[in-house]
Design a protein around this ligand. Sequence first.
Ligand SMILES: *[C@@H]1O[C@H](CO)[C@@H](O)[C@H](O)[C@H]1NC(C)=O
Length: 237
Amino acid sequence: MLGSLSLLWLVAMTTSLVSKAQILTPQDYEEEDDEAVTTPSLAVPCDYDRCRHLQVSCKELQKVGPVACMCPGLSREDQQPDPPRLGEVQMVAEEGCAVVHWCAPFSPVNHYWLLFWESNGAPQRSGPLNATVRRAELKGLKSGGIYILCVVAANDAGESRVPEAGVEGPENWAGSSFGPCRKLIMPPRPVTLVHAAVGVGTALALLSCAALVWHFCLRERWGCPRRQGTAQASEAL
Ligand SMILES: *[C@@H]1O[C@H](CO)[C@@H](O)[C@H](O)[C@H]1NC(C)=O
């Protein structure tokens, strides 16, 4: 009697467990399915490259895009932006200009501008460049000039930091390849080089003429026979 009761109890327990398992299992799968649907779209980063020229802001991409995507975290809007990172700078010696590339900071930015100064000159700044811009041309640079160039980001809360113009040692900025500033040395223009070559050539020609004239004048004045002999020998050659 006891044995059959315990057997019944055992049967009841197992069936209830099995039915519970059957009830639970599909729900679990559904939950997992939901996660599977939502997770990848959240995990996809937006097609945003902070170094790409004319890159619209990541927020815009999120608004426009067909699928939700993730943006990199930004610093707060009520704080001045972090400094941008100055990238490649191509110098065009013929035109006295430099093409400057940079990357956006991880901060909200309204606009950029370029700041540059000669070794001991007053800082000059370019006009404002909108927040999509990552490349700009700097014109009117003197050939052979040495400049410090910085890129500055600004938003409503202020502008990004730039090392003080007065701080000694532009080497500090030349060394920091990830900072907003760099030292630029404009190469001399090729025209200048040609001029220099022509100048040096002319000077050399004049010098040799002078040397020849001096040589012959000396010979005429002293009339040294041995010298005459060597002169004749050289003439014969
Ligand atoms: C930003 O400036 C660039 C270059 O001057 C221009 O092509 C672009 O249309 C501007 N974008 C906006 C949103 O003003």
